[in-house]
Ligand binder design. Sequence first.
Ligand code: ASP
Length: 436
Amino acid sequence: MKVCKFGGTSMANSATITQVADIVSSDASRAYIVVSAPGKRDGGDVKVTDALYACAREKNEKGNCDEAFAVIEKRFLDIEKELGINVGMAKELKAIKAKIEDGAGVDYIASRGEYLSARVLAAKLGVEFVDTQDLIKFGTKGELLLDISLDLLRARLADIPRAVLPGFYGSDKDGVVRTFSRGGSDISGAIVARAVGADVYENWTDVDGFLTADPRIIDHPAIIDCLSYKELRELAYMGAEVLHPESIFPVRSAGIPINIRNTFNPSAKGTMIVADGKQRATGRVVTGIAGRKGFTIINIEKDMMNSEIGFCRKALSVLECEGVSFEHMPSGIDTLSLVIRDECLGGNAQKLVGKLRDALGADSIDIHSGLSLIATVGHNMASRHGTAATIFTALADSHINVRMIDQGSSEMNIIVGVDTFDYEKAIAAIYYAFSE
Ligand code: ASP
């Protein structure tokens, strides 16, 4: 049995929804379908979720949301009419608008795209609509209560063989709607897949699969046919976006594979994400290359640092007290570097350096901003010699200065820090060094 999640571009208009319905109907094992709100129909269009956030802002500023809500109304009334279904859309929309103008919370407002989208697809397929509002639960800090949600979903879906469910939202202990972060329907789909014990979680999007590198940098990069959860986690964390990074956890522990598929090219096999790296069919050394801009490195130097017990702890305590998380901490005998995301520093780099200086009695502390990180990821790297040599030769041949090196202990990734002005050049150099 399969759980499918269809993203915003798949649900964008009546034609794409018809395509979604065809995909679902073509395979009887596609039992539970989780949907996003309608996304952009073309480059200049607006996502329904963004239009809903605009409603919330307009209501705050003007006391009503007439202008922004008109966009939502038109989208959904057109979809209902063009699909030839009847979900009482005009009435639904009227009730939602009244709630917004009555002061409904922003999460409730944002969630209505998924709610209406699921109502539409359920009607088109002639299957039950199951609301996730009281089935996916959040704690007081907005954290997902996974076990409770799994139990609730299991109980609710036990006697329902096929259903459409809205992604992106659930509710807190008082039943008030709460959403995941943006793109969170991926997480909803994963939770449903885990709850019903799916054989596979199909995540339908608008690309043929996970790419080996960013297509804005590399022309037509290859599709990864199979990768492990660990590789996905590394690549997604470093900016390769197809799935919401948190969507992996609910399915990984149950060993449920995720299959990334393309609604607009359903015959393509897509990318299979599996629990164990050994299951991967590919013999490629490098599975993918991904990177991120926007890091700062703080270099700390102190004579005899290596024999000073507790030095790292003191440095990390400063970060903890200042609420700053770090990404990497490469160290030498008398040096320690902290690699931190710019958004975490938020303009407080000098203050942080001052605190580190006070706490550590370092000989010198300097900051270098404008850093980008690039991860070269692949399970097969661990069993081969020469991978690092290939990466560094490629970078050297392209005259790129490497400012930081970090290799995870699993040996499945090598991360290099380069100046941001070298970022694209560095990705291309590494990519072509490994392309067979
Ligand atoms: N509609 C939400 C968003 O645009 C959630 C999702 O599509 O996954 O972020």
